[in-house]
Design a protein around this ligand. Structure first.
Ligand code: FES
Length: 135
């Protein structure tokens, strides 16, 4: 193999890796909820669980939780493995999927599979008794 052949093959390999990474990273997540900007009223009876540290509710395809430390967090509720609904475990401050055991950090990052992609994390702004949940 001469120098020109070598550079040609290396260049093709790098371009292939880039293309594969881009195609994999550019796909739209099936777990992304349709509505990603909404308000949660803490005084509404359906949201009563959020008034307690460790409580959580599902709304607009998102699970919104209050950690034991009193912080509000939110991630997409559909597991990225096969779409089961994840639950919040306050004692570990993690989300888990009861279907096949995937575990996600409070930010949605995968800790244990089989899920291979993170849950979508949302920002939660607290304004009195109202939570603004958005990207
Ligand atoms: S659907 Fe969640 S781990 Fe399989």
């Amino acid at each position: 193999m001469d120098r020109k052949e070598f550079l040609s093959q290396v260049g093709f390999g790098a371009a292939s890796l880039f293309l594969i990474n881009c195609l994999g990273g550019c796909s739209k997540s099936a777990a992304t909820p349709a509505s990603t900007d909404f308000t949660v009223d803490l005084n509404a009876s359906g949201n009563a669980a959020l008034k307690t540290a460790g409580g959580f509710v599902y709304t607009n395809g998102v699970v919104v939780a209050q950690t034991l430390a009193g912080k509000f967090i939110a991630v997409s509720q559909s597991c990225t493995h096969e779409g089961a609904t994840v639950q919040y475990d306050a004692s570990s401050d993690r989300f888990f999927c009861p279907a096949h055991g995937s575990v996600f950090a409070d930010s949605g990052q995968v800790i244990n599979g089989p899920a291979g992609r993170a849950l979508t994390e949302y920002t939660v702004d607290v304004n009195g008794n109202s939570l603004h949940v958005h990207i």
